[in-house]
Design a binder for this molecule. Structure first.
Ligand SMILES: C[S@@+](CC[C@H](N)C(=O)[O-])C[C@H]1O[C@@H](n2cnc3c(N)ncnc32)[C@H](O)[C@@H]1O
Length: 208
C-alpha cells in the first residue's frame, strides 16, 4: 500500500471536495453514466476508491435488496466516514484496502466504477488486469470524473507530493492501456462535462 498517499487522503476526509453532498448536476452525471452502462438493480458492483461513500450511498439506495456493492479505500479515515454514512444499508461492504490487495472472485462483478480514483492507481496496468479478471464476461468498467483530464492533471500537479504525479493518461495512451489489458473502450468523453470512459471485456479475452 502507498502509505504516503493513504496519509494524504486521511488528511482530506473533512475537506470540501471529499465530504460535501453532490450537486444536482453531478447527480445527473452519475445517473447518465448508469444509464449508459445499462445499470440494473441486481448488479454486483465494485467501487475502488470510495472515499467518504457518496457514490456508494447513491448506488446502495438504487440497488435495494437485489444488488450489492463492495467499496474499498486506502484511507482509514475515509472508510470510517463511509461506514457511518452507509450503516443503514445491508447491501454494501466497505473495506480499508488498496484495490490491488483485495481478494476478488474471478468474474464476480457486473460493474466496476472507478469514480475519481483512476489517476491514483500507482500501476494502472496492474489495476486494470485485476479489474479485468474480476469482471463478468458481460461486465463493464467505468472511469468517471466531474472535471476533464486537463483539469484533473492540473489539480493533482498543484496538490500534495504524494499525488502530484497521479495523472490521467492521454487519449491514445488510455486506449492502448485498456486494449493491452483485455478491454474494449466503448466510450471516452473528455470535455466540459468531465471525463467518462466506459469499457467492456474484449471478445478475444472472454475465455480467460
Ligand atoms: C479523489 S478521491 C475520490 C473519492 C470518491 N470516489 C469521491 O469521488 O468522492 C480518491 C480516493 O481513492 C482512494 N485511493 C487511492 N488509491 C487507491 C487504491 N489503490 N485503492 C483503493 N483506493 C484508493 C483515496 O484514498 C481516495 O479516498
Amino acid at each position: 500500500m502507498n502509505v504516503s498517499k493513504a496519509a494524504y487522503f486521511n488528511s482530506q476526509v473533512h475537506s470540501e471536495w471529499a465530504s460535501r453532498e453532490y450537486t444536482e448536476e453531478e447527480l445527473r452525471g452519475i445517473h447518465r453514466m448508469l444509464g449508459l452502462v445499462g445499470w440494473m438493480p441486481h448488479m454486483r458492483i465494485l467501487e475502488p476508491g470510495c472515499g467518504t461513500g457518496r457514490l456508494t450511498e447513491v448506488l446502495a439506495g438504487l440497488a435495494g435488496s437485489e444488488g450489492s456493492i463492495l467499496a474499498t479505500d486506502i484511507s482509514q479515515e475515509m472508510v470510517q466516514v463511509s461506514l457511518e454514512r452507509l450503516s443503514d444499508f445491508n447491501n454494501v461492504q466497505v473495506e480499508c484496502k488498496p484495490l490491488e490487495s483485495l481478494t476478488l472472485g474471478v468474474s464476480e462483478f457486473d460493474l466496476v466504477i472507478c469514480h475519481q480514483v483512476f489517476p491514483h492507481f500507482d500501476d494502472k496496468k496492474r489495476a486494470l488486469t485485476i479489474l479485468h479478471s474480476c469482471l463478468k464476461p458481460t461486465g463493464r468498467l467505468v472511469v468517471q470524473h466531474f472535471i476533464n483530464s486537463t483539469r484533473i492533471n492540473d489539480v493533482h500537479r498543484k496538490t500534495d507530493p504524494s499525488v502530484k504525479g497521479d495523472s490521467m493518461p492521454g487519449y491514445e495512451q488510455m486506449f492502448e492501456l485498456f486494449e493491452e489489458t483485455g478491454f474494449t473502450v466503448d466510450l471516452l468523453e473528455d470535455d466540459d462535462r468531465g471525463y467518462l470512459l466506459i469499457a467492456s471485456r474484449s471478445p478475444e479475452h472472454l475465455q480467460e
